[in-house]
Design a protein around this ligand. Structure first.
Ligand SMILES: [Zn+2]
Length: 231
């Protein structure tokens, strides 16, 4: 047995939504030699069942060691993303270059999610927490920005036990727009064809919500054929 196989695997928790950003980030983690632990949150988002179906397939495709999905009730009905009464903006209601945060905002979402992922990472002894935060979403969602990642990494060493090595948030796409993420995804061999970006829970991805429009534009601007069959 060679030295590599004798080594204890280094572990990474990958925060996964089933979309192309987190899937590309998880693929980068795999290529960096990490054993992957996929981490998903059900928070009442309309697409939660679809996301989990997709992430189960991604677990196989990426050869991940495990998949954990946790339920939190707090956000149910607090956002257009989670409320049955509130419609998700589609078509012309979406401004892909808006600087203002849209009604699909979920309160402090990434702060809550990376905190949960950090707790799991401390338990596993994982070195890294990979996330798909990116420059395109950072335009209107502040919890995607480099400052957020830097400050969370500054906090983490103060949040773990004396016997734990604090995990580090790794956001490899943090300066990328969707076109660059599509290109990077293709380069690293991310299974983009399996990914689900849509905010809705249809049989197929709607093609008109904000997330679908970002996805479509990303493939188009990257000059990569979009494998998605939209409704
Ligand atoms: Zn959609």
């Amino acid at each position: 047995m060679g030295d590599d196989r004798m080594k204890i695997a280094k572990k990474a928790v990958c925060l996964c939504s089933g979309g192309m950003d987190s899937t590309t980030a998880a693929t980068i983690a795999k290529r960096a030699g990490y054993e992957l632990y996929l981490f998903h949150v059900n928070y009442g988002q309309k697409a939660e069942k679809k996301e989990l179906e997709v992430i189960s397939k991604l677990k196989e495709a990426l050869g991940a060691a495990d998949l954990v999905s946790v339920d939190i009730d707090l956000f149910r009905n607090l956002s257009a993303l989670t409320s049955a009464e509130a419609a998700i903006p589609t078509g012309d209601q979406v401004d892909l270059n808006a600087k203002a945060t849209p009604p699909t905002w979920v309160q402090c979402r990434n702060l809550v999610f990376v905190s949960l992922a950090a707790a799991y990472a401390e338990h596993l002894g994982a070195e890294r927490i990979y996330v798909g935060f990116n420059a395109e979403e950072a335009q209107s969602y502040p919890d995607n920005r480099p400052e957020f990642v830097e400050r969370f990494n500054f906090l983490l060493p103060k949040a773990v036990a004396s016997f734990s090595k604090p995990p580090v948030i790794d956001a490899p796409l943090v300066n990328m727009f969707k076109r660059e993420i599509v290109k990077t995804g293709v380069e690293v061999g991310a299974p983009l064809e399996l990914t689900w970006s849509c905010y809705l829970n249809g049989e197929k991805q709607c093609g008109t919500c904000e997330s679908c429009q970002h996805r479509k534009r990303g493939f188009k601007e990257a000059g990569v054929a979009d494998p998605t069959k939209y409704a």
